[in-house]
Design a protein around this ligand. Structure first.
Ligand code: GLN
Length: 451
């Protein structure tokens, strides 16, 4: 049914870069055979899933939305891919994304944009717009995303779906193509809080192949999702997540959510987190710096595209020609910015300062979580904007992640879930819930209560 749905509508939505029809049917048949033989089935046996094209898959191409990896089929599965297969999930294919996960609209994909199923002329968010669009258009009931500065939560918000950025280190990064290694985190996307929890449990947990993977039990997310409640909880509302630039309908739905939390027995506490105002600036130094180092591996020798290798040019020339042709504008912009920020003489002023701001933001969170159990905010300042509207204005694009970035800088956990439609445009609004590190279960407890 999901393959038929994809065939019927994905030409319009363009959520998928690659649909593995035969592979998906084979996986589904294998589940049937296991069942017939009375073998033990995995926890998500037979459930179809859309996988962001940033995770390596040994039986499907992995492009990361870039021309530089066009046609590359990795020789190994990411840990997330492996765990999905072990859970007997049916992987339908790979979803569209901003090139190397750099963007907030999926317009930076080298393979063309994805449409928002609510209005195909609008963006589905980014970088993981393909995964959330697949959910919103009923092409898949589950999906996987990655969140470096908001790329799971922001697409969830603007497509009316659920997305969770687990605690940093909660889900293995092994085989997840690196953008900004100290911020990148894979996580579950779904249409309900409980579905997200069931997927979270399957992909999370310690992995010796990722040195930053947390060696501790996975927080009890499924149990929390089954027992939604905010009775007696202290919920924080941060002053810095409001003001200029927030759409009226987004603020209205957010305020209604706060009232709902109160009526369900939560105490609301106002919080001041002054360093959050510096989050965007710090992020746009740290993420490009790490990306400039991570993307050095795309040198035309190791993987994918190779341009100008005609026997007359040096290796450096071939590398330069390949990068010129293979990387898009946003990737080039960030590599240049990051290289500059890390260069001798500027390192302390830029990268060093950004790291100090990161510490201040972490301390703001620590202070906040002495007073509250979770923080809530709008996920994004506005609803989905029209395709093309911010394409030539990187600063306007970067603002889409204003509310999501502090969490990545501090490494704690956050969820976005739908909280209604904005009255002025009828488009979905996302409610963000933020919890301390390794308290991911609180997201699900609160999310299930207000869903
Ligand atoms: N929009 C942010 C960026 O462009 C975040 C992307 C992400 O989370 N991968 O970097």
């Amino acid at each position: 049914a999901h393959l038929a749905r994809i065939e019927a509508i994905d030409e319009k939505v363009h959520a998928f870069l690659h649909v593995d029809r035969e592979g998906a049917l084979a996986q589904a048949r294998a589940v049937d055979a296991k069942k017939a033989a009375g073998e033990k089935l995995g926890p998500l046996a037979g459930v179809p899933l859309a996988l962001k094209d940033i995770f390596t898959t040994r039986d499907m191409p992995t492009t990361v939305g870039s021309k530089i990896l066009e046609g590359w089929v990795p020789p190994y599965d990411a840990t997330v891919t492996k765990r999905l297969k072990a859970a007997d999930v049916v992987i339908l294919g790979k979803t569209n994304m901003d090139e190397f996960a750099m963007g907030s609209s999926t317009e930076n994909s080298a393979y063309g944009p994805t449409g928002n199923p609510w209005d195909l002329t609008r963006i589905p968010g980014g970088s993981g717009g393909g995964s959330s669009a697949a959910l919103a258009s009923f092409e898949a009931p589950l999906a996987i995303g990655t969140d470096t500065g908001g790329s799971i939560r922001q697409p969830a918000a603007v497509t009316g779906t659920v997305g969770v950025k687990p605690t940093y280190g909660g889900v293995s990064r092994y085989g997840m193509v690196a953008f900004s290694s100290s911020l990148d985190q894979g996580g579950p996307c779904a249409r309900t809080v409980l579905d997200a929890a069931l997927l979270h449990e399957v992909i999370a947990g310690h992995d010796p192949l990722d040195s930053t993977s947390i060696d501790a039990p996975v927080p009890p997310v499924v149990e929390a999702a089954r027992n939604g409640s905010v009775q007696g909880m202290r919920v924080g509302v941060v002053k810095q997540f409001s003001g200029e630039g927030y759409q009226a309908g987004v603020v209205q739905r957010f305020n209604e959510s706060v009232e709902l939390l109160k009526s369900l027995g939560a105490t609301v506490v106002e919080l001041d987190c002054p360093s959050f105002d510096l989050g965007l600036s710090a992020y746009y130094l740290i993420a490009p710096s790490e990306c400039s180092s991570n993307l050095a591996r795309f040198d035309a020798m190791r993987y994918g595209l190779r341009v100008g290798d005609d026997g007359t040019k040096s290796a450096e020339e071939v590398t330069a020609l390949t990068r010129e042709a293979g990387f898009g504008d946003e990737v080039k912009r960030r590599v240049i910015l990051g290289t500059y920020a890390l260069s001798s003489g500027y390192y302390d002023a830029y990268y060093g300062s950004a790291q100090k701001v990161r510490t201040l933001i972490t301390r703001d969170f620590e202070k906040a979580f002495e007073q509250v159990d979770v923080i809530v905010s709008p996920t994004t300042p506005t609803t989905a904007f029209p395709i093309g509207e911010r394409a030539d204005d990187p600063m306007a694009m970067y603002l889409a992640d204003l509310c999501t970035i502090p969490t990545n800088l501090a490494g704690n956990a956050a969820m976005s879930l739908p909280c209604g439609l904005a009255p002025e445009d009828g488009l979905p609004v996302g409610l963000q819930i933020i919890a301390p590190a390794m308290k991911d279960d609180r997201l699900y407890r609160v999310g299930a209560a207000v869903e």
